[in-house]
Design a protein around this ligand. Structure first.
Ligand code: IPM
Ligand code: MG
Length: 461
């Protein structure tokens, strides 16, 4: 079969992750005899730069005419991007809201599943994780606070802002039906989440959901207040099968659910209308801080492409193949830094010099804010164990170790048997260690880490 996919690479890490998902789709196409034709559509910051608005009518039309839409992410750094110097309805995220509304994508499906191999990246205790969890969040996507009337005014000299939360019976019913339909194919339990002890919209929500439930006698319906749900997600995530909730609660709870799967970089999503049409996107944002470094986790986007095959094209076998491949890649130990179950310490010694030290700092930044960078120097060369972090006087035993230099790297490796991963980066061509001299320092970490893990483990043993 031939399919027409509108791709929206968007901003930040968007283009990198969409590129990876397209590679996977093309491979599936090759293997199973399908042809996926892509048409790139501008949305978000890139559309603002090109057309002055986050989504043009033409872009929306192209998306409408396609069989499905694959989206990366939109938006920039709110603190310093010029995209945020304009009115809210002209900012990148407004494009996302406009396409959701314009395509009538009222049901947002976000699965949160813990991969066995990522249990170590899950921040919950083992006794809570048990044998893992597997839930789907069904979030209403075109109503509620996101689309209610809003304005800011000055009343008696005091600035005041208003957002309105409106839900009609019809809006609640159609998304509730989706949730029950999904539950029928799973463990047949729906937890409807609201704030019925305070909000009228929630009381209506509860009433309509109860009516819909009557048509699904096999499905158990449970109501839960949103604050309690936030707590239950980290206390006992195994109780959930399908969580049904309104737009804003769903936004918040789906981030929380993704975090307990190890990383938001794992969570795919589908936004559907009444027909088979859908927009598929990772649940995470554009991560401008790591954009362009080729270290973003593409799995959420790849899994979103699998959802597209399943929901919009009825290609179940092909979707299974992608999901199996992701499981296999994780089982083989390949990791991006966000799902690495290890403490990462970037360190350097006296021999590194100013330039090397600069590179170490850059590495530390690339690997995430929590990484410490120190100059671990002892008089007779490198001191691999119990490294002092910065000037704090605190010592740590890292289990991922980045060493830079020549003589030092060898000693590091010798002393770091307890580490999970050691990457020795040698800039000096005269003494390449573990063939890493050819790798770039920053841009290729995705390749460095998995490629070297095994080799280095073998060496330290
Ligand atoms: C999401 C995102 C969006 C939302 C933002 C980018 C507007 O957080 O898809 O969850 O709040 O819906
Ligand atoms: Mg969100």
């Amino acid at each position: 079969m031939e399919y027409r996919i509108a791709t929206i690479s968007g901003d930040g890490i968007g283009p990198e992750i969409v590129r990876e998902a397209k590679k996977v789709l093309d491979k599936v196409g090759q293997k199973y005899g399908h042809k996926f034709n892509y048409e790139e559509v501008l949305m978000g910051g890139i559309s603002i730069d090109t057309y002055g608005v986050p989504l043009t009518d033409e872009a929306l039309e192209t998306a409408k005419k396609s069989d499905a839409v694959l989206l990366g992410a939109v938006g920039g750094n709110v603190g310093n991007s010029r995209w945020y110097d304009v009115a809210p309805n002209l900012r990148p995220e407004a494009g996302l809201l406009a396409i959701r509304k314009g395509l009538n994508l009222f049901a947002n499906i976000r699965p949160a599943y813990l991969y066995n191999d990522l249990a170590g990246a899950c921040p919950l205790k083992q006794e809570i994780i048990g044998d893992g969890f597997d839930m789907v969040i069904v979030r209403e996507l075109t109503g509620g606070l996101y689309f209610g009337e809003r304005h800011t005014e000055t009343v008696n000299g005091v600035e005041q802002a208003t957002d309105t939360l409106v839900y009609s019976e019809k809006e609640i019913r159609r998304v509730a039906i989706k949730a029950f339909e999904i539950a029928m194919k799973r463990k047949k339990k729906v937890t409807s989440v609201d704030k019925a002890n305070v909000l009228d919209s929630s009381r209506l929500w509860r009433k309509v959901v109860a009516e819909v439930a009557k048509d699904y006698p096999e499905v158990t319906l449970e109501n839960m207040l949103v604050d309690n749900c936030a707590m239950q997600l980290v206390m006992n995530p195994r109780q959930f099968d399908v969580i049904l909730t309104e737009n804003m609660f769903g936004d918040i709870l789906s981030d929380e659910a993704s975090m307990i799967t190890g990383s938001i970089g794992m969570l795919s999503s589908a936004s559907l209308n009444e027909s088979k049409f859908g927009l598929y996107e990772p649940s995470h944002g554009s991560a401008p801080d790591i954009a362009g470094k080729d270290i973003a986790n593409p799995i959420a986007t790849i899994l979103s492409a699998a959802m597209m095959l399943r929901f919009s094209f009825d290609l179940d076998k092909e979707a299974d193949a992608i999901e199996d491949a992701v499981r296999k890649v994780l089982a083989e130990g390949y990791r991006t830094v966000d799902i690495m179950d290890a403490k990462i310490l970037v360190s350097g010694g006296r021999g590194v010099g100013e330039e090397g030290f600069g590179m170490l700092k850059e590495l530390a930044e690339v690997l995430g804010g929590e990484v410490s960078c120190s100059r671990a120097v002892v008089d007779n060369g490198w001191q691999p164990r119990d490294i002092q972090v910065g000037q704090t006087g605190k010592t740590v035993r890292p289990n991922v170790y980045f060493a830079i230099g020549i003589s030092g790297a060898i000693q590091h490796v010798a002393g770091m048997e307890e580490s999970d991963i050691i990457v020795a980066i040698n800039k000096d061509e005269t003494a390449p260690i573990f063939d890493v001299a050819d790798y770039g320092i920053v841009g290729d970490l995705n390749k460095i880490v998995p490629a070297l893990t095994e080799k280095l483990r073998a060496v330290v043993k």
